[in-house]
Design a protein around this ligand. Structure first.
Ligand code: GDP
Ligand code: MN
Length: 388
């Protein structure tokens, strides 16, 4: 789950991470009032889940409250396009107004889970304020890393090594160490999956501050953080993904043309691979899960086929815990209820595959039945190509 910058700053502040003073505004009037309260120059920042807002014109400096109002009226309601939003952009509903900082240096600080090492890694770089993926790709030596042992957590010497590596001096070292430790604590205690401060700045007056803040959370841990779960903004999420999450379906929208309905995440990944291999690409990842019943299959089919880029659907079920006849019943029931105008390929294997195939054949509905995964992939790709 993602949250907005202003929400991340509030969470981080509660853990003792220094952030500029500010407040969120939903109208130009509110932005003006906040700027008046804060005093001096402010920065007006579009709140959308995507980064790269600066490049897209979603971040503006304002010298006084009147200008803050003007900037807010430009930004609120705009369709903000950034390198991370895609070409259609994202509608801005609110702005975060904060005291402007006189920047001396822009640095980078991030915490991620390194799955290969099964460890959290704290990363820091003097090359802040820019695209960190680019820095990692072209000049990896500019990124410092501290791998955290889960049994002991981030050690003070590690935070000091990062602070020194960032070139902090004098009192800034103490501030940097406390910043890094507080960020780590926030990450661990809120079950983050990613925390990123880009840029972390040293101001002209020598303060170490989070100028930007990004926090993503582990969806599976949100049951124990109701306060954070409340920060979810479904307007920022893909509508089909939001719909799927209502039914506990593991659905992720992708940009291909073959709608895939599969049971089990591993089989879903393999299905996506083989669709690619056969010459097309998946429109989604969808794991209908183990306890599949008619309702789930129906909802899954409805979500899958309401995606306009889907040119054909591949249902690939391995009957282990889930029985193929149940899935077949679901597919038949779904096709009776919802109109599906694209070709359908079904592959059933495992428990009650014969019974499942029989149900499909007796239904009088139109679809191709395949036995082998390869055959199924080739059939669905053929269907896509014939449709084109
Ligand atoms: P992003 O583009 O979505 O990553 O948004 P950021 O919050 O990182 O802002 C982008 C850039 O705007 C930063 O790297 C800064 O250079 C600039 N910026 C943001 N806030 C301030 C500020 O208070 N003062 C100054 N001078 N620049 C700022
Ligand atoms: Mn940023």
């Amino acid at each position: 789950m993602k949250i907005h910058e202003y929400q991340a700053k509030e969470v981080l502040r509660s853990f003792g991470v220094p952030v500029p003073n500010g407040a969120v505004a939903r109208t130009p009037d509110e932005a003006e009032a906040i700027a008046k309260d804060l005093g001096g120059a402010v920065v007006v920042k579009a709140q959308i889940h995507a980064g790269g807002r600066g490049k897209g014109g979603g971040i503006k400096l304002a010298a006084d409250p009147a200008e803050a109002r003007e900037m807010a009226s430009e930004i609120i309601g705009m369709q903000l396009v950034t390198p991370q939003t895609g070409s259609e952009g994202q509608k801005v509903k609110s702005v975060w107004v904060e005291n402007a900082t006189d920047i001396d240096r822009e640095l980078y600080l991030g915490i991620v889970l390194d799955r290969a090492q099964s460890r959290l890694v704290v990363m820091a770089s003097r090359a802040g304020g820019m695209d960190i993926e680019e820095v990692a790709a072209t000049t990896p030596e500019k990124i410092l890393k501290e791998v955290v042992h889960p049994g002991v957590g981030l050690q003070p010497f590690q935070a000091r090594r990062l602070a020194l590596g960032l070139g902090l001096e004098g009192d800034q070292i103490k501030q940097g160490v406390s910043f890094i430790s507080a960020l780590y604590k926030a990450y661990e205690e809120t079950d983050c999956s990613l925390a990123e401060i880009n840029p972390l700045v040293v101001s002209k007056s020598g303060e170490v501050l989070a100028l930007d803040a990004k926090m993503n959370f582990d969806d599976s841990a949100m049951y124990r953080h109701s306060d954070i779960h409340e920060l979810r903004d479904v307007d920022e999420e893909d509508p089909l993904e939001v719909e799927a999450s209502k039914y506990d379906l593991n659905y992720i929208k992708l940009d291909g043309e073959v709608g895939c309905m599969v049971n089990g995440a591993g089989l879903a990944m393999a299905t996506m691979d083989i669709v690619k291999y056969a010459g097309s690409s998946p429109a989604n990842f969808l794991d209908v899960g183990g306890g599949t019943n008619v309702e789930r299959v129906k909802n899954a089919m409805r979500i899958l086929t309401s995606d306009e880029s889907v040119k054909a659907v591949l249902i690939n079920i391995f009957g282990g815990i889930v029985r193929c006849d149940r899935v077949a019943e679901g597919v038949v029931a779904a096709l009776e209820d919802i109109e599906i105008n694209v070709p359908l390929v079904v592959r059933l294997q495992g428990t009650n595959a014969e019974e499942g195939a029989q149900i499909l054949e007796n239904s009088g509905l139109e679809f191709t039945v395949a036995r082998k995964l390869r055959e199924a992939a080739e059939a669905v790709v053929d269907a896509v190509q014939n449709a084109a």
